[in-house]
Design a protein around this ligand. Structure first.
Ligand code: PHE
Length: 452
């Protein structure tokens, strides 16, 4: 099996592809609305602190596990310790749940891009446009299918030809585009207050909720706790330095999230005329606010189109990694052919994705523990399974195979693991305690006992 495993051609290819997985809707759509809602600068500070400690340790662990085992999540855990094969299965459920609904949101982005490109910006800026759109039937299904189909096509081309080539082009474009839009946004009249709100920590906004929200965002944004980085690690060459690759990936991920906040939050300040209630609006922030914002720009149609193109790029590289993870699980486990596997995963995702799309429309009445399908899938993966997987991964690395196993893998071919101490303390003590806190609070929150 090992000699047929294709791989990334080098460090740059690996870093760009892994960064392509990490940078996605989580950075551009989710991070800004969370930062806006949970106190701006304080949230940003907490997030960055967590990213360089906890996120770093978990990512190093996952990539090292994958490279050591040379297998994707399911098989990797059972190869390292038979008793832990259940962890691989648990982890691999997450991308199977996320891929379909991620593609539904990717479909919304595609729709906005098309709307801007066809000169329908003003319509998109109308009140109720977003809600009307997501609750209709035909178009959201069409755009969901387009997004998912594109993802499947790239995955079908295989690791080197598909994912790496696409990432090599998309990621640098993404950085340049997001920088440009962020600079534009910061220079808008009245945007300075937004910049201050976003960058200057105001500790009166600090609460446990800030930490919990930042923590949940960290898993999602860095594609952790779901086997993605294990799979990518298995494609990584032995001479690539895991530690510095991880540093670069998290820098990329956090950087894009930071610029996304800078694109959106100051703009909200600038165009809301001092009314900051828009900051707390949640998931709709990007879709509802930005078209209104772009509409008042000179040349807003073009800027808006560029922006949604950027979001689409980022979402695609992430959905590619989700699908690749699922596909490689089936290939490794059952020895299926790539083509057939892609097709099967595509079919399964269409079915699950349809539930999510229709759940906002004709099936709005159908609720699972009070949530619509999409929200339920998001909740069960991000707030329940991922923290559990992360927790057991920490226990697995910290106490079963021991941190030394990961350290040895990082230090192959003479590399030195500079943050070894930080890694051990994080994996054995700090991370598990944090995760237990998140888990408890997210469950209490869902049950309505505690409002986050
Ligand atoms: N990390 C991606 C983002 O920020 C989402 C993602 C989650 C991708 C899980 C792959 C796996 O949007």
């Amino acid at each position: 099996m090992e000699q047929t495993r294709s791989g990334f051609s080098g460090k740059l290819g690996f870093v760009l592809a892994a960064a392509g997985s990490a940078v996605g809707l989580g950075n551009i759509w989710r991070f800004p609305y969370l930062a806006a809602k949970y106190g701006g600068g304080v949230f940003l500070l907490v997030y960055i602190l967590l990213a360089v400690t906890f996120g770093f340790a978990l990512m190093v662990a996952e990539i090292a596990l994958g490279r050591k085992a040379q297998l994707s999540a399911v098989s990797a855990f059972s190869k390292l310790n038979r008793k832990f094969s259940f962890l691989g299965y648990l982890a691999s459920i997450v991308p199977m749940i996320i891929l379909p609904y991620y593609s539904v949101i990717g479909g919304w982005v595609t729709k906005y891009l098309v709307a801007f490109c066809t000169g329908n910006m003003s319509a998109a800026a109308q009140d109720g446009y977003f809600n009307n759109y997501i609750s209709s039937t035909g178009e959201p299904i069409l755009y969901f299918a387009v997004f998912l189909g594109l993802t499947a096509l790239i995955v079908l081309l295989g690791v080197e030809k598909g994912i790496e080539k696409v990432s090599k082009i998309m990621m640098p474009v993404l950085v340049v585009l997001s920088l440009g839009v962020a600079v534009y946004s910061v220079c808008l009249p009245g945007a300075l207050d937004g910049v201050i709100y976003y960058i200057k920590p105001d500790f009166s906004h600090f609460s446990v909720t800030t930490v919990l929200a930042a923590m949940g965002q960290l898993f999602y944004s860095m594609s952790l706790a779901m086997g993605v980085m294990i799979t990518y690690g298995s494609y990584m060459k032995k001479d690539v330095n895991i530690e510095s690759a991880t540093r670069q990936i998290s820098l990329f991920d956090t950087g894009i999230a930071f610029f996304s906040g800078l694109m959106i939050i100051p703009a909200v300040f600038s165009f809301s005329g001092g009314d900051q209630s828009a900051l707390g609006q949640g998931p709709g922030l990007m879709f509802v606010t930005l078209p209104k914002v772009f509409e008042t720009f000179p040349g807003g149609t073009v800027i808006g189109a560029v922006f949604f193109l950027l979001v689409l790029f980022a979402a695609l590289t992430s959905s590619i990694s989700l699908m690749e993870t699922v596909v490689s699980i089936f290939i490794d486990k059952f020895g299926w052919k790539r083509k057939i596997t892609c097709f099967a995963v595509l079919l399964g995702s269409v079915v699950l994705g349809l539930l999510s799309t229709l759940g906002y429309g004709v099936w709005a009445e159908v609720k699972i523990i009070g949530m619509q399908f999409l929200d339920f899938f998001d909740f069960i993966s991000n707030s329940v399974i991922m923290p559990i997987v992360a927790l057991i991964t920490c226990i697995f690395v910290g106490y079963v195979i021991k941190p030394q196993t990961v350290i040895d893998e990082v230090e192959t071919e003479g590399a030195r693991f500079k943050s070894k101490k930080l890694f051990v303390v994080m994996i054995k003590y700090i991370a598990p305690i944090f995760i237990v806190l998140i888990l408890i609070s997210s469950v209490l929150n869902a049950l309505g006992i505690m409002k986050i």
